[in-house]
Design a protein around this ligand. Structure first.
Ligand code: GLN
Length: 464
């Protein structure tokens, strides 16, 4: 990622990324590629450099954009039919910041439609294949982002994480990913899923790159009132002394190779002088249920704007207004989107609101408190990201509950608003990437990245 030395031109870097994107076309990573725009931007940057003009910290660096960020360059689909690609008149704040530092979007990458899923199989544009085994899923919902980085097409990709969508695909493909503290990066211009959990973050091959991206994108934005005053740039890195081990997640439900990898890591940390603290957070057994009540409720509300009237797809065979709404939504949304809209409206409906939505909100508060309590006993927690490594394409897609169970370890962070960094720690015996996640208290993002750098696998140092 360091082209500051100018040993290589922006045009050749971008061309190389575009060539690799074509070479790996079978993986179905990109929904759209904007070759001309990318090359033109690269030319502009090379000219600036030649003239000695100031260029940004990402000058000439190609990147892949998850297809739920609005950008003037390239149309947005959120991997659905209902947006009928949307030509956005604005850039999302995160895209604006990346581009103002000279980053060059080469294309927009696949995801589960509206980010609903854990495998990128819920995409209108077909499944993305895992970088290590093409019979397996990429993970999701930021599957295209993770595979683009794992195959080294681009050094980084944007992602969103509402319940694991950055960390799980990163770990399924052996790369790094950060889900920041809630409110760190503006979501303005990002297709909303569940607004009280949605976070913008990144996937990259090392934590140094993630740190730079956080530096560039973190900060308050009047267009997203949940954004925090910038804490990231000036945070002092705190080296942890006590690492938490969540006993609640040490069960047979978690693949034995993942548990072994976690234990091996904790053993070696102990040898290096860190104190390992056993934690029990029994409330976490409700986290998945809480997540699958609160997120559908927010999804039902956020997705009500796609009605065939204002923009996007409109059904051709509707006779009246009600039919326009109904048929457009029936034809435009994927099955999983509809499942969540229906669940969400159900848990919000009178008679069920108290029993489901309100109760879930109360348990969410207890989960937030449980994390606060845990971080009074340890500095960071090391845990699995998902119960298993990448599973086979088709294995879970027709069983929504089995798919939801994939999220059991990742959604807790989003419910509590705390940050998490996925880091690669090795491979299974059959060669699939194994990842873990480091979790810290709110605003500990920078320290998490620094520590992840220390304990994660080093991927091709020479490419940096
Ligand atoms: N897999 C989770 C879900 O389907 C998380 C998705 C996300 O983080 N966008 O809800």
């Amino acid at each position: 990622m360091k082209i500051a030395s100018r040993d290589i031109s922006a045009v050749s870097l971008v061309q190389e990324a575009l060539d690799k994107a074509k070479k790996y076309a079978d993986y179905n990573i990109f929904i759209s590629i904007n070759e001309d725009a990318a090359i033109n931007r690269a030319k502009e940057i090379d000219e600036k450099i030649e003239k000695g003009e100031k260029v940004g910290r990402l000058a000439g660096v190609p990147y892949a954009c998850k297809d739920n960020f609005l950008s003037k360059n390239g149309a947005t689909t959120a991997a659905s039919k209902i947006l009928e690609p949307l030509k956005a008149p604005i850039n999302a704040t995160a895209i604006e910041k990346l581009e103002s530092e000279g980053a060059i979007m080469i294309g927009r990458v696949n995801m589960d439609a509206f980010a609903h899923g854990s495998s990128t199989e819920n995409s209108y544009f077909g499944v993305t294949k895992n970088s290590a085994d093409t019979e397996r899923v990429a993970g999701g919902s930021s599957g295209g982002s993770a595979v683009a980085v794992a195959l080294d097409i681009v050094p980084f990709a944007t992602g969103t994480d509402t319940g694991g969508s950055i960390r799980q695909p990163a770990s399924f493909n052996g790369v790094y990913g950060i889900k920041p503290t809630y409110g760190t990066i503006s979501r303005y211009g990002v297709v909303a899923m569940a607004s009280s959990l949605d976070c913008v973050g990144f996937i990259a091959r090392n934590t140094e790159d993630l740190d730079l991206l956080m530096d560039i994108c973190a900060g308050q934005d009047v267009k997203d009132l949940t954004t925090l005053p910038d804490y990231y740039v000036n945070t002092e890195v705190q080296e942890p002394k006590k690492i938490g081990f969540l006993k609640d997640f040490d069960s047979d439900a978690i693949d034995v190779e993942i548990r072994d990898a976690l234990k091996a890591k904790l053993d070696s940390l102990k040898k290096d002088g860190y104190e390992i603290v056993d934690l029990e957070m029994p409330i976490l057994k409700y986290a998945l249920a809480v997540y699958y009540i609160i997120t559908p409720a927010e999804i039902a509300s956020n997705l009500s704007r796609y009605d065939g009237i204002r923009y996007g797809y409109r059904s051709d065979n509707a006779k009246d207004l009600n039919e326009i709404y109904g048929k457009t939504r029936f034809e435009g949304f994927m099955k999983e989107n509809k499942r969540r809209i229906m669940t969400g409206n159900f848990v919000l409906s009178s008679g069920f609101y108290d029993a489901y939505y309100l109760k879930a909100q109360k348990v969410r508060t207890l989960i937030i408190k449980a994390f606060e309590d845990a971080f009074s006993k340890c500095d960071m927690i090391l845990s699995p990201v998902s119960p298993n490594p990448a599973f086979k394409i088709g294995e879970k897609v027709n069983d929504p509950v089995a798919m939801y169970m994939e999220d059991i370890l990742s959604v807790t962070l989003n419910l509590a608003g705390v940050p998490g960094v996925a880091l690669p720690v090795g491979q299974t015996k059959s060669g699939l990437p194994l990842g873990l996640q480091l979790i810290g208290p709110r605003r500990s993002d920078k320290s998490l990245l620094k520590f992840a750098e220390k304990i994660g696998c080093k991927l091709d140092e020479e490419n940096k």
